[in-house]
Design a protein around this ligand. Structure first.
Ligand SMILES: O=P(O)(O)OC[C@H]1O[C@](O)(CO)[C@@H](O)[C@@H]1O
Length: 550
C-alpha cells in the first residue's frame, strides 16, 4: 500500500493481468489482427470534435483495451480528473489546484478555488487582452514617439515561450502579416540580437512573459531589451509604451519597472506548460486577433468536455494515455514520436516535449516513494516528410520500438496558391503510406517475389508491427489547434494519474538553476566556488583560458 492508500501500481492485479496478456500477444502481428477482423480499420476509430482518431494500427485487441481500462479504473483516473476539474489541489507537492481547464471555461461557469469563483477573473483578463490586442492591431496603441507598433517580441522561456511560439507558427496563415512577431527565449545574447537587429525600437513592443518573473534568462533578456530601447529613445518614460508583462507576480513586475497597469495576470493554478491559453498567449492574440484566439479556446473546451464526460470506451485522451502505458510499461518502449504532416506544426513537438516530459519525467510517486515502473517517455519528432529522409530508417528497421502519432489535415491551408495546394495530395500520400509500411512491413517472401537477390532479402525486409495513431482533421484552424493541445494535455494527465506521480510540479529543473548561479562567479571573476567537482573545475579553467581570463 502507498501512504495515500493505493496499492503500488505494479502489484495490482490489473497490472499483472496486463503483463500476462502481453506475453500471450507476443507472437501476434498487426497483419494477423487485421486479417482476423476485416472491420478493424473502421472499428478501431474514434472522433472528438473535428479530430478523427485511428488506433487500429496498434498492437492491441479488445481484450487489451479492456485490461487497460481496468487499470485506469483501479488507479481512479476519472476520480482524479474530476478532482482536477473541480479545482482541488491535486498538485500535491506545491499544494496547488490545477485549473488550466478554467482558462477556457464559459463565462457562466463556476469553478471555485479556496472558496472563490475564478471564472470571472479569467474572462476579465481575456477582455483586457482583447482590448489591448485590438489597440495594437489597429494602430491605436502607439510607441513612445507616436509611431505605430509593427513588431512584437515575446521574451519568455519554457511555458512562457513554447506555447505562443508554437501556436504562432501553427496559425501563421491566420496572422496579421503586417506585424512582425518574434520569440526570444535563450539567454544566449545571440537570440535577442537576431530578433532585434533589423527592427526600429520606436515600432517595437516587448511582451515580458514569466509566471514567476524571477526566471534569470527572461529577466536578463528583458533588461537587455530595455537597454536596447532606451539607447534609441533615450527616455525612461518610453518603457510604459513598449513593455507589457504577463505574470502572476505583480510585485516583481513593478520592481522590474513595468507599470502593473500594463500587466496581464494569471494565477498559480495555471502551470507554466499549461499556460499559453492564459495571458501568456497575448503575443498570439495580437497576431491572430481576439476572435480567433477565442475560437482556439472553444476548441480546447470541446476536448475538455469530451474528456470530462465521454465514457471510458470512447474517451480519446484516456485511450491515447493508456496506449502509451501499454508500450512504455509492457513493451519497454522508451520514446514516443510525434510526426506532424504539416509545415505549420514545425514547433508542435518541441511544445509537447515540455508538456509531456516536464509533467511526467518523475521517478517518485505522489507519496514520495520511488516508482518501480517506467514513467514518461522521451518525446521527439519533426514534421514527417523531413523525418522520412532522416530518422525514419530507425523507426522502420531499427531495434527499438517507437510508437508514433501521425497528424495530418485533409485540406491544405487556404492561402496557398492553387499550384502549391496541388502538392497536398503528395504530402498526404506519404502520410498514409508511412503508417501502412510501419504496420504491415514487407515480408521476405514479398521481397523475394520482386526478384531481389538472396543476399539482399534480409536487408530489404520490413518486419512491420510498428504501432501508430493517426490523427486526421479536415483543416488546421484555431479551434483544431485548441483541440489538439487539450487532447495531449489530458493524455499526459491520464498517464500521470495511472503512474501515481505529480504531473504538475517540476522540481527537476531546480538543481541546474541553482548551480548555474553558483558557477557564474567562477567564470567571470575566477572565484573559487566551493563544491565544484574536479571535472567542472577543469572545464571552468579551460573556459577562462580560452577567453583570455586566466
Ligand atoms: O514563466 P516562468 O516563471 O519564467 O518560468 C518559465 C519556465 O521555467 C520552468 O519553471 C522550469 O523550466 C517551467 O516550468 C516554466 O514554464
Amino acid at each position: 500500500m502507498n501512504a495515500d492508500g493505493r496499492t503500488r501500481l505494479n502489484q495490482t492485479p490489473e497490472w499483472t493481468a496486463l503483463a500476462k496478456h502481453r506475453e500471450e500477444l507476443a507472437d501476434t502481428h498487426l497483419r494477423d489482427l487485421f486479417a482476423a477482423d476485416p472491420a478493424r480499420g473502421t472499428g478501431y476509430t474514434l472522433r472528438v470534435g473535428d479530430l478523427y482518431i485511428d488506433y487500429s494500427k496498434h498492437l492491441v485487441t479488445d481484450e487489451t483495451l479492456r485490461l487497460l481500462r481496468e487499470l485506469a479504473a483501479a488507479t481512479d483516473v476519472f476520480g482524479l480528473r474530476d478532482a482536477m476539474f473541480r479545482g482541488e489541489k491535486i498538485n500535491v507537492t506545491e499544494n496547488r489546484a490545477v485549473l488550466h481547464t478554467a482558462l477556457r471555461a464559459p463565462r457562466d461557469a463556476v469553478i471555485d478555488v479556496d472558496g472563490e469563483n475564478v471564472v470571472p477573473a479569467v474572462h476579465a483578463v481575456l477582455d483586457r487582452m482583447s482590448d489591448f490586442a485590438d489597440r495594437v492591431r489597429s494602430g491605436e496603441w502607439t510607441g513612445h514617439t507616436g509611431k505605430r507598433i509593427k513588431n512584437v517580441i515575446n521574451i519568455g522561456i519554457g511555458g512562457s515561450d513554447l506555447g505562443p511560439a508554437m501556436a504562432y507558427e501553427v496559425l501563421r496563415s491566420f496572422t496579421d502579416r503586417a506585424l512582425t512577431v518574434r520569440f526570444v527565449s535563450n539567454v544566449d545574447g545571440a537570440d535577442l540580437h537576431e530578433a532585434t537587429r533589423d527592427l526600429d525600437p520606436a515600432e517595437t513592443l516587448f511582451i515580458i512573459a514569466s509566471k514567476t518573473f524571477t526566471t534569470i534568462e527572461t529577466i536578463t533578456n528583458a533588461t537587455s531589451a530595455r537597454q536596447w530601447l532606451l539607447a534609441a529613445l533615450g527616455d525612461e518614460a518610453a518603457v510604459a509604451k513598449h513593455f507589457v508583462a504577463l505574470s502572476t507576480n505583480a510585485e516583481k513586475v513593478a520592481e522590474f519597472g513595468i507599470d502593473t497597469a500594463n500587466m496581464f495576470e494569471f494565477w498559480d493554478w495555471v502551470g507554466g506548460r499549461y499556460s499559453y491559453d492564459s495571458a501568456i498567449g497575448l503575443s498570439l492574440m495580437i497576431a491572430i486577433g481576439p476572435d480567433r484566439f477565442r475560437e482556439m479556446l472553444d476548441g480546447f473546451r470541446i476536448v475538455d468536455d469530451h474528456f470530462r464526460t465521454a465514457p471510458a470506451e470512447a474517451n480519446v485522451p484516456l485511450l491515447l494515455g493508456l496506449l502509451g502505458i501499454w508500450y512504455g510499461n509492457f513493451h519497454d518502449a522508451q520514446s514516443h514520436a510525434v510526426l506532424p504532416y504539416s509545415h505549420y506544426l514545425s514547433k508542435f513537438t518541441a511544445y509537447l516535449q515540455q508538456l509531456d516530459m516536464e509533467s511526467n519525467g518523475k521517478s517518485v510517486a505522489r507519496d514520495g516513494r520511488p516508482v518501480e515502473w517506467q514513467t514518461g517517455p522521451v518525446v521527439w519528432g519533426t514534421p514527417g516528410t523531413n523525418g522520412q529522409h532522416a530518422y525514419y530508417q530507425l523507426i522502420h528497421q531499427g531495434t527499438k520500438l517507437i510508437p508514433a502519432d501521425f497528424i495530418g489535415f485533409a485540406e491544405p491551408v487556404a492561402e496557398l496558391s492553387e499550384e502549391l495546394k496541388a502538392q497536398h495530395d503528395l504530402l498526404m500520400a506519404n502520410f498514409f503510406a508511412q503508417t501502412q509500411a510501419l504496420a504491415f512491413g514487407k515480408t521476405a517472401e514479398e521481397v523475394r517475389a520482386e526478384g531481389v537477390p538472396d543476399e539482399l532479402v534480409a536487408h530489404k525486409t520490413f518486419q512491420g508491427n510498428r504501432p501508430t495513431t493517426t490523427i486526421l482533421a479536415r483543416e488546421l484552424t484555431p479551434s483544431v489547434l485548441g483541440q489538439l493541445i487539450a487532447l495531449y494535455e489530458h493524455k499526459v494527465f491520464v498517464q500521470g494519474a495511472v503512474w501515481n506521480i505529480d504531473s504538475f510540479d517540476q522540481w527537476g529543473v531546480e538543481l541546474g538553476k541553482v548551480l548555474a548561479k553558483r558557477v557564474e562567479p567562477a567564470l567571470t571573476e575566477g572565484a573559487d566556488v566551493p563544491g565544484l567537482d574536479a571535472s567542472t573545475k577543469a572545464l571552468v579553467a579551460a573556459y577562462r583560458e580560452l577567453r583570455g581570463r586566466s
